[in-house]
Design a protein around this ligand. Structure first.
Ligand code: SAM
Ligand code: SF4
Length: 332
C-alpha cells in the first residue's frame, strides 16, 4: 500500500475516489431524481474525460487505490470505455468499479470488460415489473435482468446488487432477493433509504432499518456473519448457514453510521470535490485545472479539501439539514 497523503483531521485516510461522470440518467428513481423539469448541467460545465483522468492520476499519486464510476447513469455518457481504459492504466489503481442501473448493459458488458473494468455494482430495487416501474418510472426490469446475466457471461466477478429498501414498496421482497442471491451466487446488498431525494420527501417512516431487513431474511434463511474485508467497508456481510452460494450485505448509513471508518472522497460530474454525501459545500477543482494550475497545486488543493472532511453525517441530529444536491448530482 502506498503512503496515503490524503488524511483528514480525524485520522482517516482517503483511499477511495467516487467519480460521477454525468448527472444524466435514463431512469427517474423517485428517491433520486425529479421526474420532470430537470435542469441538466451544460456540456461545458462537465469535466472532460481528460480532466477526469488528470484528477484521478493526482488522487492515486496521493494514495487513492479504488476508483468507482457512477452518476447519474455512467452508461449514458458516450464512450465511457475510453475513460475506463485510461483509468485502468494508472499505476496504483487496485480496484476499478462502476455502478449502473444496468439498462442496456447486455450490449455493453463485453466492451466494458475489454476496456479494463474490474467489477460492476448494479442497482435493482424490485423483482416485480410493476414495483420496478413504480420506483424507477421505467418499464425496464427485463433489461436489467438481462444486463446482470450479461455481466456474468462477460467474465466479471458476480456483481453486487444494490437494493434501496422502502417501506410499503419493496420491503416485502427482501427474502425473495435473498433467494435471488442464492440462485445466482451474487452478493445482494440492502441499503437504507437516505435523505438525499430530490423532492425532500424523505420520511423516517419509509426507512426500513438494516436490522429489520436482516430479521426478515432470517425468517427464511439462517445467516452467518462474515469478517469485514477492510474497516472502511460499508456493508455488514453474511453468508447462508446452509452453504448456499450468494451473500447478503446490509448497508445502514442511517441507523448504524459508518462515518468513523470512511475512506471516501467524491468528484461530481461538474468538477467539485465533496468530502461527504451530506456536505453542504462543494470544492471546485475544475476551475483550478482550467486556469492552468500545476499538478502540485491541484494536489495541494485536494489535500486541503480532505482536511475539511466532516466527522460524520448528522442525519440523526435534530438540526440536520438535507443537502440541496441529490444522489444523481453527487454521485452515489
Ligand atoms: N445510476 C446508477 C445506479 O442507479 O446504480 C449509479 C448512480 S445511483 C445515484 C447510485 C446508487 O445510489 C444506487 O444504488 C441508488 O439506488 C442509490 N441511491 C440513490 N438515491 C438514494 C437515496 N436517497 N437513498 C439511498 N440510496 C440512494
Ligand atoms: Fe438514475 Fe441511478 Fe438515480 Fe435511479 S438511482 S435515477 S438509475 S442515477
Amino acid at each position: 500500500m502506498t503512503e496515503g497523503l490524503l488524511k483528514d483531521k480525524f485520522g482517516r485516510t482517503i483511499r477511495d475516489l467516487r467519480i460521477s461522470v454525468t448527472d444524466r440518467c435514463n431512469f427517474r428513481c423517485f428517491y433520486c431524481i425529479p421526474d420532470e423539469d430537470i435542469v441538466w448541467k451544460r456540456r461545458q460545465e462537465m469535466l472532460t474525460y481528460e480532466e477526469i483522468i488528470l484528477i484521478a492520476e493526482i488522487a492515486v499519486g496521493l494514495g487513492v487505490e479504488k476508483l468507482r464510476l457512477t452518476g447519474g447513469e455512467p452508461l449514458v455518457r458516450r464512450d465511457i470505455e475510453y475513460l475506463i481504459e485510461n483509468l485502468a492504466r494508472i499505476p496504483g489503481v487496485h480496484d476499478l468499479a462502476l455502478t449502473t442501473n444496468a439498462d442496456g448493459l447486455d450490449k455493453r458488458a463485453a466492451s466494458l470488460r475489454a476496456a479494463g473494468l474490474h467489477r460492476l455494482t448494479i442497482s435493482l430495487d424490485s423483482l416485480k415489473p410493476e414495483t420496478f416501474k413504480e420506483i424507477t418510472r421505467r418499464d425496464a426490469l427485463q433489461s436489467v435482468l438481462d444486463g446482470i446475466e450479461a455481466a456474468m457471461q462477460a467474465g466479471f466477478p458476480p456483481p453486487k446488487i444494490n437494493c434501496v429498501v422502502i417501506r410499503g414498496l419493496n420491503d416485502m421482497e427482501v427474502a425473495d432477493f435473498a433467494d435471488f442471491a442464492r440462485a445466482t451466487g451474487i452478493s445482494m446488498r440492502f441499503i437504507e433509504y437516505m435523505p438525499l431525494d430530490n423532492g425532500h420527501q424523505w420520511d423516517r417512516k419509509l426507512l426500513v432499518g438494516g436490522r429489520e431487513v436482516l430479521e426478515r431474511i432470517q425468517e427464511r434463511h439462517a445467516l452467518v456473519p462474515l469478517q469485514r474485508d477492510a474497516p472502511s467497508e460499508t456493508a455488514l456481510r453474511y453468508t447462508f448457514a446452509d452453504g448456499s452460494p450468494g451473500e447478503i450485505g446490509i448497508i445502514a448509513p442511517v441507523t448504524q453510521p459508518f462515518c468513523g471508518a470512511c475512506s471516501r472522497l467524491r468528484l461530481t460530474a461538474d468538477g467539485n470535490l465533496r468530502t461527504c454525501l451530506f456536505s453542504m459545500v462543494d470544492h471546485n477543482i475544475r476551475d483550478r485545472i482550467r486556469r492552468g494550475d500545476t499538478r502540485d497545486q491541484v494536489a495541494d488543493f485536494m489535500i486541503g479539501t480532505v482536511l475539511k472532511k466532516e466527522e460524520g453525517h448528522r442525519i440523526n441530529e435534530p438540526d440536520f439539514v438535507q443537502p440541496p444536491r441529490t444522489m444523481s448530482f453527487i454521485g452515489g
